[in-house]
Write a new protein. Structure first.
Length: 263
């Protein structure tokens, strides 16, 4: 596993920011940097922040830096998508003294762990960075080898993102920025023409895809339709704990997309 210093590539928070982040997720500064504290932080991050791609859907400005993610997610009570969720979490880990790469949060050199908070309906706690089956809360995942030394993380059967490929020794910041820009702006992006939010719950997760709200556990799936602007605004607040500016505009955008698809 590649180890980097805590301030390399702007991957750390200041002491004041770290205190605010820990307060936001309801966790005290860990006394030891071990798998127990990493798991506690990983779970608390996912239980406190909603995964959301509203900026791409609405055309609102967004940046990939951890500082921007901190301002949005901690100070403004918003969520974030994969780049922001992982970026903020990695910055917090680095500030605490963990050895971090953009893909993996490790607690020792002999056994690194995959800490992934960007795929919001996947693992709730970090897992050993090794191939094989994984089970958490009744959901089944796996890591398998693929060509070229890459590894593939397979999500559970109901997961929205089916898989992602990664290498523990591979990081390409320029490619990440370019991909984030494409996902934010291109009409072919899955996020510019569809509303998507996800948040972990005690036994699964809740997801909003356009006007369909889904509550998912390992053994159940319950769906509900969002029927009005007020209903959507209440869902943002009470289900996803989000402070979304002008939620009525989001409803208008959602209705316009629906009309375009029906035409």
């Amino acid at each position: 596993m590649t180890h980097v210093s805590s301030n390399e590539n702007g991957m750390s928070l200041t002491a004041t920011q770290l205190d605010a982040y820990l307060a936001r997720i309801g966790v005290e500064r860990p006394l030891r940097l071990d798998i127990g504290s990493l798991s506690q932080l990983h779970r608390a991050h996912l239980m406190s922040f909603t995964w959301e791609a509203l900026d791409a859907f609405m055309g609102w400005p967004s940046a990939i830096t951890p500082a921007a993610a901190f301002a949005k997610m901690v100070e403004k009570r918003r969520g974030g998508w994969c780049y922001e969720m992982n970026g903020l979490f990695g910055a917090a880990l680095a500030a605490l003294g963990f050895c971090v790469t953009r893909l993996c949060g490790g607690v020792d050199r002999e056994r690194p762990y995959l800490a992934e908070v960007g795929v919001a309906d996947a693992i709730i706690e970090p897992v050993p960075l090794a191939t094989g089956p994984i089970s958490q809360r009744g959901f089944d995942f796996s890591i398998i080898p693929v060509d070229g030394g890459w590894l593939r993380f397979n999500n559970h059967a109901r997961g929205i993102a089916k898989s992602f490929d990664f290498r523990p020794d591979h990081s390409d910041e320029a490619a990440m920025v370019a991909t984030q820009d494409w996902l934010m702006r291109d009409p072919g992006s899955p996020f510019t023409n569809a509303l998507a939010l996800l948040r972990h719950t005690a036994d699964g997760y809740v997801a909003l895809q356009n006007n369909c709200l889904r509550r998912v556990t390992a053994n159940s799936l319950i769906e509900q339709r969002i029927t009005s602007a007020d209903h959507l605004a209440d869902t943002f607040e009470t289900v996803f704990d989000l402070d979304i500016p002008q939620p009525g505009k989001v409803w208008e955008r959602l209705q316009a997309i629906g009309r375009e698809k029906a035409a």
